[in-house]
Design a protein around this ligand. Structure first.
Ligand code: 9Z3
Length: 351
């Protein structure tokens, strides 16, 4: 059966696609968290992380997914916490998380850190200890992890499907709007551009009997526009643009800034993303000296400046290949440092 593609606006999307069953509960927890952080005077950043799935059936057996492991988001969340931010970490279930990420890679498996010590007497339960050469690293991560827990500055939320993600993003950003300029949004999740609306999904497992399978998907609505204009006015919004063709990176990042009017797009190439990113933002419009005659030339000059973009490349040197077990510099440290600086200016500009 062929059905016509539907164009979803954010509004028609939320009017026709059902919310995830846990939404209300998740929102209440976020509300409490935001209220506490606001009372304690902290800035709050929403970090989204990991990929989204697109289910093909209502009783889902098959789904589309993407490559994102959640490294960018989980790593950045740690640096935001270090910078004194409270973090709402909204991530794809089972993708990497701050702190535990250090030990969930297959290259650094947790069980390899542990020794079983011989029991002191017959029949005693053996004790478990940390391998001596891993103790220092583990102690550092564990200390920060425990501090963050004691302070209560990390709140974790999960999504799986692109539908879960969209509903959560809208609800969380609306909850964060009370923070006004103190809220930052760091949208590092790799979100599907396409989806199958519920109304077009097969209820049961798609059968193979009919031979080949073609599925036409609809476009996921562009939610940055309503996010900027309606959900969280004043928030400092950073989105990521991923490309695999280097030449598209700057034009696509500029296009996003132009279209949605948010603060920063961070462009990254799939293969270079761990050592090179570019920050693209709009240049501030120049203030005209008072009394200056608004001739055609002056107005054109102002329009030109308004149409131009600031581009800031951030690069780090990575040893190739990284020495096993060595502490390697993470580009997220510099990304977060730069954003915290810009966010401070953003907050100060309204005082
Ligand atoms: C990114 O570009 C992230 O940096 C990565 C991080 C997904 C590349 P990993 O999780 O990878 O560390 O493995 N995220 C945004 C990707 C995205 O879907 N952006 C949309 C687009 O490019 C715009 S919101 O159209």
């Amino acid at each position: 059966m062929h059905t016509e593609p539907t164009t979803f606006s954010a509004e028609s999307y939320f009017a026709t696609q059902p919310p995830p069953p846990t939404l209300q509960h998740d929102v209440e927890k976020v509300r409490e968290f935001v209220a506490r952080q606001a009372k304690e005077g902290r800035n709050v950043v929403l970090v989204t992380s990991g990929g989204t799935t697109v289910p093909l059936e209502l009783n889902v057996v098959r789904f589309l997914d993407n490559f994102s492991a959640g490294t960018r988001g989980a790593t950045s969340a740690e640096y935001f916490l270090k910078a004194g931010y409270a973090v709402i970490f909204m991530h794809r279930q089972f993708s990497l998380q701050p702190f535990s990420r250090h030990y969930s890679h297959s290259t650094n498996p947790f069980l390899d850190f542990l020794d079983i010590d011989a029991p002191e007497s017959d029949g005693a339960t053996p004790r478990i200890s940390v391998t001596p050469n891993k103790r220092q690293d583990l102690l550092e991560v564990l200390t920060v992890y425990k501090n963050v827990h004691a302070l209560g500055t990390l709140h974790t939320l999960t999504f799986v499907t692109v539908n879960d993600y969209l509903w959560l993003l809208r609800a969380v950003s609306q909850e964060m709007s009370v923070l006004k300029r103190r809220a930052m949004f760091y949208l590092a999740a790799a979100v599907s551009d396409f989806f199958l609306p519920r109304q077009k999904m097969s209820e049961h497992k798609i059968q193979s009997g009919k031979g080949n399978l073609s599925i036409e998907m609809d476009q996921v609505p562009k939610i940055l526009k309503p996010m900027v204009d309606e959900w969280t006015p004043g928030g400092y919004i950073v989105s990521f643009k991923l490309e695999t063709d280097q030449h598209l990176l700057l034009p696509k990042a500029r296009q996003a800034i132009e279209r949605y009017g948010h603060q920063v797009v961070i462009g990254n190439d799939l293969h270079r993303r761990k050592f090179e990113v570019v920050f693209v933002s709009k240049k501030p419009s120049p203030a005209l000296p008072p009394g200056l005659e608004q001739t055609k030339e002056v107005l054109e000059h102002v329009a030109d400046a308004a149409n131009s973009f600031d581009e800031y490349w951030l690069r780090i040197d990575l040893p190739e290949p990284p020495p096993p077990g060595a502490q390697v510099k993470e580009i997220e440290e510099d990304i977060v440092h730069e954003l915290v600086k810009r966010h401070m200016e953003w907050i100060d500009n309204t005082l």
